[in-house]
Design a protein around this ligand. Structure first.
Ligand SMILES: [Zn+2]
Length: 531
């Protein structure tokens, strides 16, 4: 107890005693540029723990110049033990990965032991066999990219070995714990994928305070990739694909398995046989599935959404997926969610049954904006019919619908409880304020349906995307206060997660992802740091 010896003390000794207490309560990882600890992983770590250990070592070395060894639970080389992921050492402390909820993680700094762990995806044959496609129609397996880690972080040269990244929608609580630890206690900031975008302090000694943080991300599904636009390329310093993929892990991109997008583009190939001599056979090959009359040939051709045959077929596809029999063609479906969203046009079926359902809605929420409700009863009638079928056999699974375009507003009837809806709403406030107000109006109606599983398709690409397509110059959208206010509002409204359609520029994307991971962050602090 230093303060007991300070009987003759002045202010200097009082300060020293306070520092002494702080150091005693925390853990020193690096002292005078030399390692003062060891990183411990299981002998056969999960993909998340393997990446987390490399990332921890790399960033601590960047800060201090000291390279901490990575060892296994038996190591007793002295100093602070940093337990990364579940191992025999964490089990001794009563900590097991399977006791954590999905995406939940723990940061514990206590005495000479630091724990960074959570629930991690296990690399088993069964787990690798799981089918699933995200909103971009990229499979779960596609997202387990292999990278040359040393090259991606700028160690230079080709490395000794490539590593497989944890899939973005695979459990990776150990990575979340490690990245949160590096941000909170080591002041590391990732503003983009290349070494130039990483900001961290320089210090020969690194001590972190005692801590116990056990939490889960605020929003469960956090998706929205990009980087192809000129402004992002420059701001991100022309990253390689490997650097961008690593960056998504650092931003804690992904999370809950969810997907929502147009879903019937494979029906042509599956159910229509092309016979050039008898084009009329196109219609006859599977009577009752396809829209009749009108235009819209090709993969975006609409279906006859009042057809019992179609409801039966789509329900069967969903059941097959939930039963582990895989996906038929390009189908957004992931985890507990199976999306059914018509093609991206309003060339609806001209049969008398479909027209009879469409007719009464023609003036409903005819807003004059992109989002209306004129076809809501038609689309959600179909969604409801499929959901009702699937619910009989799979009551805990969800049918995903987008609330989009002419079916943005809720229908006039109550939806089945297993319908999960993603309103497609703009967040780029300054671009078109009247459209924004209309989107807010139907968003509020959806979230008022208490108990409904809601995700968002969030338009995040104005004005940059129209400017690129139409070749005009634009000042990029910059709206930190709007992002902060709305992402926090989404969380209060019980929104599960989001898909970002386009990412306009570096800072707004960073702020959005940071706020979604932890709505407690203060955007003004993040901005001050950035600038
Ligand atoms: Zn029809």
């Amino acid at each position: 107890m230093p303060n007991r010896t300070a009987t003759l003390a002045g202010a200097v000794l009082v300060v020293a005693s306070v520092q002494g207490l702080a150091a005693a309560a925390g853990a020193t990882l690096v002292r005078d540029g030399k390692p003062a600890g060891v990183i411990i992983t299981a002998k056969d770590p999960t993909p998340a723990a393997r990446l987390a250990a490399l990332e921890l070592r790399h960033h601590l070395e960047q800060i201090s110049g000291a390279e901490l060894p990575i060892g296994s639970p038996g190591d007793t080389s002295g100093g602070v033990r940093i337990l990364v992921g579940q191992s025999a050492a964490t089990r001794k402390l009563g900590l097991k990965g399977e006791d954590f909820g999905p995406q939940e993680y723990l940061i514990r700094v206590k005495g000479d032991t630091i724990v960074l762990m959570g629930r991690d995806w296990q690399d088993t044959e069964a787990n690798r066999a799981e089918a699933g496609c995200d909103t971009h129609l990229r499979s779960l397996a596609w997202w387990r990219q292999t990278i040359d880690y040393d090259k991606a972080v700028g160690h230079g040269g080709a490395s000794k070995k490539a590593i497989e990244l944890p899939g973005v929608m695979d459990d990776q609580g150990t990575c979340y714990a490690t990245y949160d630890f590096l941000e909170r206690f080591c002041d590391v900031r990732w503003y983009g994928p290349t070494p130039l975008n990483v900001v961290l302090p320089s210090s020969k000694t690194l001590t972190v305070p005692a801590a116990e943080i056990r939490r889960s991300p605020s929003l469960k599904h956090r998706h929205g990739a990009g980087g192809g636009w000129p402004i992002i390329k420059v701001q991100w310093n022309n990253p390689t694909a490997e650097q961008t993929n690593l960056y998504y892990r650092r931003l804690r991109f992904g999370g809950e398995k969810w997907a929502g997008n147009h879903s019937f583009s494979s029906y042509q190939a599956r159910f229509r046989e092309k016979d050039p001599k008898h084009p009329e056979l196109w219609e006859r090959s599977q009577p009752g599935l396809f829209a009749v009359g009108g235009t819209g040939e090709g993969s975006w051709r609409q279906l006859c959404l009042t057809s019992p045959d179609l409801v039966k077929q789509v329900a069967q596809d969903a059941r097959d997926f939930f039963d582990g029999k895989g996906l038929k063609g390009l189908q957004p479906a992931c985890g507990d969610y199976f999306a059914i969203v018509p093609g991206d046009n309003a060339n609806w079926c001209k049969c008398s049954k479909c027209q009879a359902v469409l007719a009464p809605g023609r003036k409903r929420y005819k807003t004059g904006h992109f989002g209306t409700g004129t076809a809501s009863d038609y689309i959600f009638g179909f969604v409801n019919a499929v959901a009702k079928e699937v619910r009989k056999t799979h009551p805990n699974k969800f049918i995903v619908a987008l609330a989009y375009h002419v079916y943005s507003y809720p229908p006039t009837f109550k939806l089945e409880p297993n319908v999960a809806v993603a309103p497609c709403v703009i967040i780029c406030y300054g671009y078109q304020t009247e459209s924004f107000a209309n989107d807010v109006a139907f968003y509020r109606q959806w979230v008022a349906d208490k108990g409904r599983r809601i995700h968002l398709w969030n338009y995040f690409h104005h004005p940059m995307e129209p400017a690129i397509i139409q070749k005009w110059n634009c000042f990029p959208c910059f709206m930190p206060d709007v992002i902060s206010r709305w992402v926090k509002q989404y969380h209060r409204d019980g929104v599960q997660g989001f898909f970002l359609c386009g990412i306009g520029q570096q800072l707004d994307y960073y702020l959005y992802m940071k706020t979604a991971f932890d709505v407690e962050v203060d955007y003004r602090e993040l901005l001050d740091e950035f600038f």
